[in-house]
Design a protein around this ligand. Structure first.
Ligand code: UDP
Ligand code: MG
Length: 322
């Protein structure tokens, strides 16, 4: 593929594959086997340079994950590791890996082999053709449980409604060029949702499709609570639509109370009826009480964000790089 605009991309580039790992001792040996095999083949085909590496990020695992990574790094120069001082969550682990990687191209992939690593070849093609970001998109989710599929779908739909730009059915399996990674470093927010940031970086992007398979071994490290956290974080970090909803609600309630006041005055001055009923007193109390609490809750969400951002805490602390 000859492209005049990107002559430098026709030669083999160095590639770092970043793999966040949290308690992944069960899959790690197979993951390494498959990834090194892929790297070897890509090197042999002249697609990438021989200094390309796999960079494992241990996200504060409690099992033998880090010692496995250490052993692998000792025996294979293609394997590198970053150990975070404690569990900071998938997004932060990913970020630690992206920002530690030195190669011209960085591909991030989960440790559990759910993403088809063979499409990395297609990602490299897209990079060569000029894309700075290549998204891996799941063609079908039949390997996921119904619940996960339904919640994921609802999530993408909600993000869309709230005006957050994100790539449908794309998790964090993607290729980023050196300059895309450097651009991502300019985002200093602590509540980081990478899938929302990457489209904001801009540059040319492309999509490769793949079929998502079952987790190779071990269990999902994303229980419902974490998924909910991720969704909440994504929304409050990227959208002010919830804030605008308060304004809309406030406007509607205000209009209703004006009508209510008019009605009350009319009863008072133009009708012979005595004491107004308890309903017209109690309903507004409950109604307004509910609305107010809800509104305060939403405002609280954003206030929490401001609070965390102003503290500007480090997103991760690296204990060791090998
Ligand atoms: N992960 C991580 N830190 C966490 C949770 C998960 O680094 O706190 C990693 C995990 O090891 C895996 C990836 O994030 O490589 C995706 O997690 P998982 O496969 O469990 O999520 P699912 O595919 O079930 O959504
Ligand atoms: Mg998985």
């Amino acid at each position: 593929m000859e492209t005049a605009a990107f002559p430098g991309r026709n030669r083999p580039c160095s590639l770092d594959i970043v793999v966040p790992c949290y308690n992944e001792e069960e899959v790690l040996p197979e993951t390494v086997r498959r990834l090194t095999d892929l790297l070897d083949r890509l090197i042999r085909d002249g697609r990438i340079t021989s200094d390309s590496r796999i960079l494992f990020v241990d996200d504060g695992s409690r099992d033998r994950t880090w010692s496995l990574i250490e052993d692998l790094a000792k025996s294979d120069p293609k394997v590198g590791g970053v150990k975070l001082s404690r569990n900071r969550g998938h997004q932060n682990a990913l970020l630690a890996g992206l920002f530690t990687a030195q190669a011209e191209i960085v591909v991030s992939v989960d440790a559990d082999l759910q993403d088809d690593i063979e499409v990395i070849r297609g990602m490299l093609d897209a990079y060569r053709a000029g894309a700075d970001v290549v998204y891996g998109v799941r063609e079908d989710r039949s390997s996921d449980r119904l619940f996960k599929r339904a919640t994921a779908k609802a999530f993408y739909r909600l993000m869309d409604m709230l005006g957050v730009e994100s790539v449908y059915n794309h998790a964090d399996f993607r290729l980023m060029s050196r300059r895309a990674v450097e651009a991502a470093k300019e985002f200093h927010e602590v509540n980081l949702f990478l899938r929302g940031i990457v489209p904001l970086i801009g540059f040319a992007s492309a999509i490769v499709y793949y079929t998502r398979s079952e987790r190779y071994a071990g269990v999902s490290k994303y229980p419902f609570k974490r998924m909910l956290g991720l969704a909440l974080n994504a929304i409050t970090s990227f959208s002010v639509v919830p804030l605008r909803l308060i304004t809309v609600t406030g406007f509607v309630v205000f209009s209703l109370s004006i009508a209510m006041v008019a009605w009350t005055l009319w009863i008072r001055f133009f009708s012979a009826e005595a004491v107004p009923g308890w309903a017209s007193t109690l309903i507004p109390i409950y109604f307004l009480g509910g609305i107010q609490i809800l509104s305060i809750g939403i405002i609280g969400e954003y206030l929490g964000k401001v609070y965390q951002e102003t503290k500007a805490r480090p997103r991760y602390i690296i204990e060791k790089i090998i």
